[in-house]
Design a protein around this ligand. Sequence first.
Ligand SMILES: [Zn+2]
Length: 172
Amino acid sequence: MRNRTLTWDNLRKKGFFGPSRCPMCLVEEETINHLFNSCDWANQIWNWIEGILRDSNRDRGSIQNTILNWQSNFSNNQRVNGIWKTTPGFLLWTIWKERNRRIFQDEFRNVEHSKETILTNIQQLVQTKCKMDPNEKLSDRDLLILKRFQLEANHSITSLRHQQQPNSEVNR
Ligand SMILES: [Zn+2]
């Protein structure tokens, strides 16, 4: 993500003194980091994806660092890796599209709609671009990630382990 994206703070640097309020929260000034990282609206989406992936190495003060840190999260499984690699791009793109919809079309969609869009886009991309290894051995974490994206998983090994070590979440 380059800082050259067209947002009001950049336009003002060029002498344009237009509206600068964030179209998502209608409270804070719209900067790159605010829009994509620290706005409550963006936060809801990041928190949601962090919950699914169980990690993110996110830098709440810098969207650029978040993207740079992201690669340390990759998995050994090709499809889970596909999810990791495509998540930041789809996330930023979805926020950007909703932001533009609000500014230019005066249309508002809720955060659940954006989450659904991100989930579907990643799911379709992984389904078409990443091959499933029939002998794949998935970690528990990878298995949960694939399930959340409704992607098929060869989980015979993992499900056996689950039966032997029932976790508290299942029993609650
Ligand atoms: Zn905001």
